[in-house]
Design a protein around this ligand. Structure first.
Ligand code: ADP
Length: 596
């Protein structure tokens, strides 16, 4: 029994010693124990490394010998004897002030020590150097910030300024600047900077080595342009020195780091960093991060330049399309106008007829008046009546001329709400007499309930005029053929009943307004039907046809969102159908009817 108790005691002593050894020699964690009077009772190797004080310097001393940079939210824990700590474990992130005055980020865990259950005899403080953790955090922060800036829809300027400001604040670097290559003169210019004075624009480096002899002091910059270079202590004499804002930055004891910004293998710029030499060890570990940042900057600049180029290209293209469209619109208007003039030319004879009629009337009236005067039968009543008739005839001529003037005028661009019946009937003011003279029967079936369309009166009139003129020509041509058939010994049955006829109908169906113009002419040959809307296609003899009428009509109807189509059968005739989107659905009273 005594032996086993002895053995038990020995085992316990061994275990306590082992534990003491482990705690004492742990270098990963600083382990400190205090009593209730803040006196240090335990100080291990880890604590020695972190705070720089040896065990002998600290054990039996009061904790005020070691300090932390006080943070506003908690007092220094090693000066603290608060019962708040009694029952729980508390974690802190603090900055320890080492014996040599340097500062170290640490995580601190404080737990109460118990002499027996419920009786606190002091505190156990476990401290860990978290410098690496902090550095990693810093790297993570800056890489996230850089990735964010590179991928944001901002300009190259905003991106570069954002990145150098992040490098400066997160990595605590006093001077950061980016030089970009200006391809026009092969020089690098400082484009973005932090920590340089207002004169910095004067600084530039050339891409070529030759400049070394001219500007000896900038040699380092381009000698090392294509590789990551740290020039320890070489800031003195570097051309950038005269542009550094902080005059206190030790020139002789500062390093300048050049990190190339590469586009494939070509150098597009250099990221420069100036730091005091005291930071150089830390910066060595940062080189990798700086290289990643430089790569991101290069990729960002390239991508954004490409985006800007594409944007510019799209803008130029849009402008070009707009210019071309405007040119085409002018050309189109010119074409419409020349087509119209051609039509007017073709119509000249017809118009002569239109005007001749009232002129003939006037001549007859005047002759009648002369005769009455000669016979002494002219009195005031007869004179009044005859003069009224003359005025009526003159009015008629006036109307024709006025209409011709409106027709020949360039139309306004705006689309108006109109009824197709108006231009349809107006056409007959120009061509009605001609059709009558040519013995062409006109039949109109214009719906009484037809909605309006969005179009231009003059342009629609031109379309109807083109189609009607073509129908007139087709009927004239076919008439000659029919005459030959009739003169033959055994004419076919249809020839006897053939009539020169144009049927015009308008109606509304499924929210579209339709105008059909059908003739009993010779029709269109199958091999021509697909070509008739092409500009300059004509089967008419020189001087009679321009081949513009239908192509212009096609353009006009398309402009109003409509379609124009043709059905034709040789020897039977043709039907042109114009379809325009209805503008409103309210019925429009029929505006007139053409008869002759
Ligand atoms: P143009 O009348 O000056 O020849 P268009 O473009 O108006 O020019 O017409 C092109 C061609 O379409 C005409 O030359 C003719 O061959 C054919 N065409 C048009 N309308 C008819 C029609 N109603 N009947 C037969 N052929 C037609």
């Amino acid at each position: 029994m005594t032996t086993s108790k002895h053995l038990q005691n020995e085992n316990q002593t061994n275990t306590t010693e082992l534990l003491d050894n482990i705690l004492n020699s742990s270098t990963e964690y600083g382990i400190i124990a205090t009593d209730l009077n803040d006196k240090i009772v335990f100080w291990n190797a880890g604590a020695e490394i972190i705070y720089g004080y040896t065990k002998d310097e600290m054990v039996d001393k009061q904790t005020p010998q070691i300090l932390h940079v006080t943070n506003p939210h908690s007092n220094d824990i090693l000066l603290h004897n608060d019962t708040n700590y009694n029952s729980r474990i508390t974690d802190y992130e603090m900055k320890a002030i080492r014996k040599d005055g340097t500062i170290l980020p640490v995580s601190v865990t404080v737990t109460p020590r118990f002499a027996s259950p419920g009786i606190i005899c002091g505190f156990l403080i476990i401290v860990k150097d978290i410098t690496n953790l902090k550095v990693e955090e810093k790297y993570r922060d800056i890489l996230i910030e850089v990735a964010h800036l590179v991928n944001s829809p901002i300009s190259i300027n905003e991106m570069c300024n954002g990145i150098i400001s992040a490098i400066s604040t997160i990595l605590e670097i006093p001077v950061v600047f980016i030089c970009l290559l200006d391809k026009r003169n092969n020089n690098f210019y400082v484009e973005h900077q932090i920590g340089l004075n207002s004169e910095y624009k004067k600084h530039h480096c050339s891409y070529t080595y030759d400049d070394k002899f001219v500007y000896g002091n900038v040699f380092d910059c381009f000698l090392t342009y294509s590789q990551f270079t740290i020039n320890y202590g070489k800031l003195t004499g570097h051309a950038i020195c005269e542009f550094i804002q902080d005059v206190d930055l030790p020139e002789s004891d500062s390093s300048i780091i050049h990190i190339p910004l590469l586009a494939d293998i070509a150098l597009m710029g250099i990221l420069h960093i100036v730091i005091p030499s005291s930071r150089k060890n830390l910066l060595l570990t940062e080189t990798q991060v700086l290289s990643i940042i430089a790569n991101e900057i290069s990729a960002g600049i390239q991508r954004k330049r490409l985006e800007e180029e594409i944007k510019q290209y799209a803008y130029d293209l849009e402008r070009l399309v707009q210019e071309r469209t405007d040119q085409l619109r002018v050309k189109d208007a010119q074409l419409v106008q020349s087509g119209k003039l051609a039509t007017l030319g073709e119509m000249a004879t017809g118009i002569a007829h239109e005007i001749n009629q009232p002129l003939g009337g006037i001549s007859l009236i005047v002759q009648g008046l002369q005769r009455a005067k000669n016979f002494g039968k002219l009195n005031d009543d007869i004179l009044d009546e005859k003069l009224k008739s003359v005025i009526e005839q003159i009015d008629r001529i006036n109307k024709i001329i006025t209409h011709l003037r409106t027709f020949a005028r360039q139309p306004k661009e705006a689309h108006q709400e109109i009824s197709v019946s108006v231009p349809l009937l107006d056409v007959f003011k120009l061509i009605g007499q001609q059709l009558k003279n040519k013995n062409i029967t006109i039949e109109t079936f214009i719906s009484e309930e037809i909605p309006t369309v969005l179009a231009d009166h003059n342009k629609l009139e031109q379309v109807f005029l083109n189609i009607l003129s073509n129908a007139r020509d087709a009927l004239d041509d076919f008439e000659k053929k029919v005459r030959r058939y009739r003169e033959a010994s055994n004419p076919p049955e249809w020839v006897k009943s053939w009539q020169k006829k144009i049927v015009i109908s308008s109606y509304e169906k499924d929210k579209y307004v339709y105008v059909e113009i059908e003739d009993t002419g010779g029709g269109i040959k199958k091999e021509h039907i697909n070509k008739i809307f092409e500009p300059f296609f004509t089967t008419k003899e020189v001087g009679k046809g321009t081949g513009l009428g239908l192509s212009i009509s096609y353009g006009i109807i398309k402009e109003f969102g409509g379609t124009i189509s043709v059905e034709s059968e040789e020897m039977l005739g043709s039907r042109f159908t114009i379809r325009l989107p209805s503008h409103d659905t309210s019925p429009n009273p029929v505006l007139g009817r053409y008869e002759h």
